[in-house]
Write a protein that binds this ligand. Structure first.
Ligand SMILES: Cc1cc2nc3c(=O)[nH]c(=O)nc-3n(C[C@H](O)[C@H](O)[C@H](O)COP(=O)(O)O)c2cc1C
Length: 296
């Protein structure tokens, strides 16, 4: 019998060792195996399992049968940067010139973003002083430009902690990156012409991260910003729609453990994606539309 693309099939049913039906496993397999808590094995060693993984490959469904689940080992990594898109934040310096800095500790909620920034970075200081900025999202093809901004700061003098890590002051970071500033619509800092996405933002809230710890207090801020304009290159727009990004066309630049990556193709159909995007539209969009463009 032909198997539906992602529906359960005979070879996906829960099986015990040797492929025999697992005790108590109901007929439709994946996701229906009773959950078992496997005791932790301090010395390592893999836990027996009938786990299997599926992946979509050009329309075909591949099923990889695994007989073990790898065990966990407790570690203490210096950083927990598991992979997030890079954002180039443009802000205005005290003298009206533009600063541009890469960051990636950002997450998105509606038309808001929360930006995790070193409090002594020029970007954080500019954002908190002027209350505005532009979040430019580079595609993976802009990795070299982003990398030219690594280990640079718009702070002069360079803070001692950054001197130790090899940072140096760069006054014109657009020139350093080889990127083009273009005038924004509602805020002073310029957009980056080459970035497929640019979002003009205003600061709405500030949270002092690790405030509970005297040693870290004042070092990192989480800045909540509200988006006032979204500008995108046409090449990443979804055909026949007015307001949608095509995730198959949008190729973000990802920073993972300080290294730069692209994004692979979709790995699995998304159940969440059954929710129509318009159901997410919130009041910030209407509010943004009412924000007039700056003149002159
Ligand atoms: C790919 C990449 C991602 C980064 N992510 C962050 C980040 O999320 N938060 C942060 O504070 N600094 C981050 N940095 C370091 C900043 O770019 C660095 O602090 C820089 O000096 C800021 O520039 P500014 O002082 O001119 O604002 C990142 C750097 C690179 C190259």
């Amino acid at each position: 019998m032909p198997r539906p693309p992602y529906g359960p099939g005979r070879d996906e049913r829960a099986t015990g060792p040797g492929g025999a039906p697992a005790a108590g496993a109901p007929e439709p397999g994946l996701g229906t195996v009773p959950h078992r808590v496997v005791p932790h094995r301090p010395g390592g060693g893999d836990a027996p399992s009938d786990c299997r993984q599926r992946r979509s490959d050009g329309g075909k469904t591949l099923i990889r049968m695994a007989t073990t689940i790898p065990s966990h080992t407790r570690i203490e990594p210096g950083i927990l940067y598991f992979g997030t898109p890079v954002v180039l934040i443009s802000t205005l310096n005290e003298d009206g010139s533009a600063n541009l800095a890469p960051m990636s500790s950002a997450f998105w909620l509606g038309w808001r973003a929360v930006l995790g920034l070193g409090a002594r970075s020029k970007t954080a200081q500019n954002l908190l002083r002027t209350r505005e900025g532009v979040l430019n999202l580079p595609s993976d093809s802009l990795a070299a430009a982003v990398d030219r901004l690594a280990l640079t700061t718009g702070s002069d003098p360079v803070p001692p902690s950054k001197v130790k890590r090899g940072y140096r002051f760069v006054a014109d970071k657009f020139a350093r990156a080889g990127l083009t500033p273009v005038a924004s619509d509602t805020v002073g800092p310029p957009r980056v012409a080459e970035c497929p996405v640019s979002m003009e933002v205003v600061v709405e809230g500030v949270h002092d991260v690790a405030h509970d710890d005297e040693a870290q207090r004042g070092g990192i801020v989480a800045i909540e910003v509200r988006v006032q304009r979204v500008y995108v290159h046409d090449e990443i727009r979804m055909a026949s729609t007015a307001d949608r990004i095509d995730p198959d066309a949008w190729r973000p630049l990802i920073m993972s453990f300080q290294k730069l990556y692209g994004l692979g193709p979709q790995v699995h159909p998304s159940t969440l994606a059954r929710i129509p995007e318009h159901l997410y539209r919130g009041p910030d969009i209407e509010r943004a539309r009412e924000t007039p463009a700056m003149t002159g």
